[in-house]
Structure formats: C-alpha cells, structure tokens
Design a binder for this molecule. Structure first.
Ligand code: IFL
Length: 444
C-alpha cells in the first residue's frame, strides 16, 4: 500500500485506539510506524536506514517457561542497541513436530493449541524492544524444517508422517513436499488462524494490540518461502504467487499500518529466476522486497579453500546484491538484505577463534549496501545472520539439544556456524562502524 493510503488507515486506527481508553496502552502516532515512500522507508518523518540482525529465538528467551532467560534477553538487547543494531528479525510461529532437528517447544502444540509461554515471550520481547526504540520483523511460518514449518502443516492435514530431510538427506523431496502447503485448503485455514491469533493479540506487558504496536515494522509470510525445489518447483509457481498475494492482503487487512514482506531469498529462492521473483513480489500488498545471500550454501565460497574461492565469491555476491537492488529500484519498492552470513576461519564453531574471512565478507557487504543507499538506491538495510551474543554451544558435537543455550544458529546446524558472539570484537567493530554510517543516512 502507498504511504498515503496507509496514513489514512492509521488515522482511523488511532481514533479506534483512543476509543478503547481502558487499555492504557501507550499512545501511538502515525509517524511512529515504519512506512514506505517509493523506494525508501520513512520513520518519524526521516528516511529509515538500519543495521539489523537475525534473532529468531527472541520470543524463546522472553518466555516465562524453562526455555526462557529474560535476564539474558535484556542484556542482549542492550548490547545490540549499544552497537547500533536496532532491527531484529524474529520467528513468531513454530510448529511442534517429530522432525529430529526442529526446535522444541513450539508455539503451536497442535492445530488450535498454543503454547502460552511462547506468546508471553513474544510480548516480553516486543515490550523490551519498544523501550529501546528497536524494530521487529516477525515471520509467521518457515519453509525449512527447523521450526516445524510448512512440512509440519502438510503432515497435520495429510496424516502422513512428516518428511524429515535430516533423516533422509533428500532435500529436493522435502522442498517438493513442503510446497504442497500452498495448495492445501485446511493448511491455509490454520495458517490464517495462526496469523490472526498473533496479529490481533493484546500484549500482556504493554496492553497494546500487536497490530497497533509501532515496534513491529513488518510481518513476514515465512522464513525463505520457495515455490518448491529448483528442479520441480515450476508447477507450484502459480500457487506460490497466489499464496503470496492473498496472504499479504490478509495480513494487510489485519495490520494496515504495519508492513508486509515475504521473507524470500531473491532469485536464488525463486527457482533461480529473477523474472519469477519479480512476478511473485508484484502484489501491491507486498510493501517491500527481501533477499538473502549465502556464499557457502550456494557453493560460491569454501572456507577450507579460501585462497582459491574468495575473490570469485565476492564478485558473485556483489553482482547478486546489485541485481536485487536494481530490481527494487525498477519495482519502486525498498529492499532489505535480510539474511547473509559467513563461517569462522577453517570452519570452527568456538567463540574466540579467528574470523578473518567472515570479517572481510561483512565489510564488503556493508560497503556495497552503504554506497548504494547513499546514492539513493532502494536498499535500506541488512539483517546479518546471526546473533549469538552470550549463547554458547552445549554439546560436544555442537548440535543443539533442548535446554541448551540458543546461539542464533538453528537446531539443524552447528551452534557457532554463523553466529556472531559478544566476544567477536573484530566483527563487532565492523558492524558498529557500518551502523554509524547507516544511522547518519537516516539523519539520526
Ligand atoms: O540457518 C539457515 C536458515 O535456515 C536460513 N537460511 C540459511 C541459514 C544458514 O544456512 O533461513
């Protein structure tokens, strides 16, 4: 929706808010929400540029249950804020499942049954972020297995056993199975129920309804939703496109003064086809674009052979970023690099080990983002993957087990693989410097 249309809706909502005086929720101004104006975000009348991180486990730390650690959460938020990292991309919905690498507990215990601790965890997180003037991007599903996600929805409504890629190693089959989600009416009905439950929730800490909380910058349809596998996804593309449009419209109807984005990786997550990426994001209800960049996962860079792979990986990364920024310019929407990450030297996982190549990659990415943003192009910010902060791996094999710290790497990956820990001084210095420059672009 355009800036002006949104502003009109906001006034209506603000009127509504004052009519419910007994809420005693903080008063909200239209300007407090991140809005879109052409290829830019606007916040409080100024352009909004940011440095952010992925913090998928934020609601878990906020939980009053055994998985929670509110003391750590507040410390993490203070460190992030002090480092200029003010935009957090967070998992808002997880599905309980038999998948061997899915996080436990999950928000949805079974269709219709919610884990109140995790909902309260999200309340606590949003309240604490709001106090620190931070913005949240909340994703409402996952194409991947580490939080249940679409594969679990499919299992619920077919009655079939959930397809587990960590057991079978068959990733294409997993993706093709997950894509059935877009076509399943019952699964879509439950998904909408979940969306409504979260967006219309009243925060138990602030008294605010989520849809009227300016801390929420955007609702994301899912983490990295794809039409299916690269090989066999084409037949699902129309369903995928329709799903994007209809879900975005639905979210917009519930939360008209917050933004909607897909959570998609860009061309690499849309059957490696830029045209399909553009078509899928053309819906007027998709307020801005996202793209992700994974140098290792896409076989551009090998940390065990850096001398031979680094230069060409950086060339490919720059080309990928430039192309996605150009697309956003053409589509007249802002874009965000909402995931990128890199391993520690020699593929180590422990904090304290060197991060020479990670630091170089971060610097290259940030330089390009800053330069193009400063030139007025459509890139507004980044969310690096991922914030490990004070978390530390709990197991000798570095795989997550229930009860361990969250380190930012999801349970299907080694804890420490892509995490930036509080002790990573060289990386933190690069992030802080970039954050200063981006905040200057925002006139803050
Ligand atoms: O941890 C992964 C996560 O599932 C994601 N994208 C890539 C990350 C690193 O492999 O969303």
């Amino acid at each position: 929706m355009t800036l002006y249309k949104k502003a009109g809706v906001i006034l209506g909502l603000l009127f509504g808010i004052s009519a419910c005086a007994q809420l005693e929720a903080p008063s909200v101004e239209a300007d407090d929400f991140v809005r879109v104006d052409g290829t830019r975000f606007v916040l409080e009348g100024e352009p909004y540029y940011f440095v952010g991180t992925n913090f998928w486990y934020g609601a878990y730390l906020g939980s009053p249950g055994p998985e929670g650690d509110r003391e750590r959460l507040l410390k993490e938020l203070d460190t992030l804020k002090a480092s200029g990292i003010t935009n957090l991309r967070v998992l808002a919905a997880s599905e309980s499942s038999e998948l061997m690498r899915a996080v436990q507990p999950a928000l949805i215990r079974e269709p219709g049954e919610y884990n109140d601790n995790l909902l309260e965890g999200l309340d606590f997180l949003l309240a604490a972020m709001g106090k620190r003037d931070m913005k949240a991007v909340l994703y409402l599903n996952n194409f991947w297995q580490w939080s249940g996600g679409m594969s679990q929805y499919v299992a619920w409504f077919t009655g079939e056993e959930v397809l587990d890629p960590d057991k079978t190693g068959e990733w294409n089959a997993f993706m093709e199975n997950s894509a059935r989600f877009y076509r399943m009416e019952e699964a879509q009905a439950l998904y909408r129920d979940v969306i409504e439950t979260i967006i219309t929730r009243r925060n138990s800490v602030t008294g605010q309804y989520y849809y009227e909380d300016p801390t929420v910058m955007s609702w994301q349809l899912a983490n990295e939703p794809r039409p299916g596998s690269d090989e066999h996804g084409r037949p699902y593309f129309q369903d995928f496109k329709q799903w994007v449009h209809e879900t975005a419209r639905y979210i917009d109807s519930l939360a008209p003064h917050q933004l909607v984005s897909t959570g998609n990786e860009g061309a690499m997550g849309t059957l490696r086809d830029e045209d399909l990426y553009i078509i899928a994001h053309a819906s007027p209800y998709v307020d801005y674009l996202t793209f992700h960049m994974w140098l290792k996962n896409w076989s551009w860079f090998d940390i065990h052979n850096p001398e031979e792979t680094y230069d060409s990986a950086i060339e490919k990364a720059q080309a990928y970023m430039n192309r996605h920024i150009d697309i956003a310019n053409k589509m007249n929407k802002p874009t965000v690099l909402s995931e990128f990450g890199a391993e520690r030297d020699e593929g180590a996982f422990e904090p304290g080990t060197p991060t020479t190549y990670r630091d170089r990659i971060y610097r290259e990415v940030f330089d390009l983002v800053y330069e193009r943003a400063a030139e007025g192009d459509a890139i507004a910010g980044t969310n690096f993957w991922t914030w490990g902060g004070l978390g530390r791996a709990g197991q000798e094999d570095f795989m997550w087990a229930q009860g361990d710290d969250f380190t930012g790497d999801p349970p299907q990956e080694h804890q420490g693989l892509n995490s930036v820990f509080d002790a990573d001084d060289s990386t933190m210095k690069i992030i802080r410097k970039h954050a200063e420059k981006m905040h200057q672009l925002s006139n803050h």
